[in-house]
Write a protein that binds this ligand. Structure first.
Ligand SMILES: NC(=O)c1ccc[n+]([C@@H]2O[C@H](COP(=O)([O-])OP(=O)(O)OC[C@H]3O[C@@H](n4cnc5c(N)ncnc54)[C@H](OP(=O)(O)O)[C@@H]3O)[C@@H](O)[C@H]2O)c1
Length: 294
């Protein structure tokens, strides 16, 4: 079956790899990016199958135009991939209201808006996929990525609610959770304007690890992400939340264990038997002082 895709954030990294892989597989792709010239080579490689379009996901008018373009060009949208995203580095105390709003706009509000725009099409046709590119940071509260973590947690919550809302219409929803991938994510990571030196102690290791991601040969390649997302839309049994990357599983297993320990400690606390030794949940961080995790 030929699928019609609308993918955001295709100038580089995961979105670019996915748009290329879907077109290579014979599907029809509206690939979008703030700077459409970054996709010229993809459009040249897949004429008639890949349409490159300008889209800043924070611009409501451009979001509406992108969905209208997908309908005009390919007759509709079968798979929406909310991939566009960027990070803001800063502890809670360092992030201003405006910085937080901007981060939530790209990570949560924009995917929500695009989802709202494609759902009428998908409900009418009786099928479709919404794929929200979350992160392991959508399940682990990483110190120093406070606003980013908040945005991805919100995206995960929205995905879970949405999945139940649209299941009766034949629409499937997935939150894809990449671990560490070798992309420009860490290089283009913005920094809160009001940094406070004291926070280097609790956030410095993570920032150093993130900044080195693009050059880290041990991180997973974007093609692996694309491969699994193509499998996901072809599978009737894929789970709602899909971690991708070997390190993602290691982090999430550690987080699960910490969560079990925390639950036991909470239970003991409310039963009045708190202060048991050894029940403190250790924080889970993917980039220890020794460098990025594998
Ligand atoms: N790499 C990882 O390890 C990792 C891990 C977990 C989750 N993720 C998530 O994966 C997604 C893709 O990131 P990536 O790793 O591929 O990083 P990337 O190479 O930096 O790609 C990010 C893409 O998002 C685009 N983007 C940012 N703000 C946008 C906006 N307002 N409108 C439209 N496009 C916008 C960027 O466009 P410009 O070129 O115009 O900036 C770029 O195309 C993000 O949602 C990220 O949070 C990545």
């Amino acid at each position: 079956m030929t699928r019609r895709w609308l993918v955001t954030g295709c100038s580089s990294g995961l979105g670019r790899a996915l748009a290329g892989a879907a077109a290579e597989a014979g599907d029809l792709v509206v690939a979008t990016a703030r700077r459409p010239a970054t996709m010229d080579d993809l459009a040249d490689r897949y004429p008639g199958r890949l349409s490159a379009l300008a889209l800043d996901v924070c611009d409501t008018g451009q979001c509406e135009a992108a969905v209208a373009h997908a309908v005009d060009r390919f007759g509709g949208v079968d798979v929406l991939v909310n991939n566009a995203g960027s990070g803001l580095f800063g502890a809670v105390e360092e992030v201003s209201d405006d910085e937080l709003r901007a981060q939530l706009e790209v990570l949560t509000v924009a995917p929500w808006r695009l989802t709202r725009l494609v759902l009428p099409l998908m409900r009418r046709q009786g099928f479709g996929h919404i794929i929200n590119v979350s992160s392991i940071a959508g399940r682990i509260g990483l110190p120093g990525l406070s606003a980013y973590v908040a945005g991805k947690y919100a995206l995960e919550g929205m995905s879970q609610a949405l999945a139940a809302e649209v299941a009766p219409f034949g629409i499937r929803v997935h939150a894809v959770e990449p671990g560490g991938f070798a992309t420009r994510y860490g290089t283009s990571l913005a920094e809160a304007a009001g940094r406070i030196p004291a926070y280097a102690q609790s956030t410095g290791d993570l920032e150093a690890g993130l900044r080195g991601m693009a050059a880290n040969p041990d991180l997973t390649r974007p093609e692996v992400f694309a491969h699994h997302v193509l499998r996901l839309v072809a599978s009737p049994t894929a789970p709602l939340r899909l971690p991708i990357g070997a390190d993602a599983y290691a982090f999430l297993e550690a987080a699960e264990a910490a969560g079990t320990t925390e639950l036991a400690a909470a239970h003991a606390f409310v039963q009045g038997s708190a202060e048991r030794p050894g029940t403190d949940a250790a924080p889970v961080t993917p980039f220890p002082a020794s460098g990025p995790a594998r």
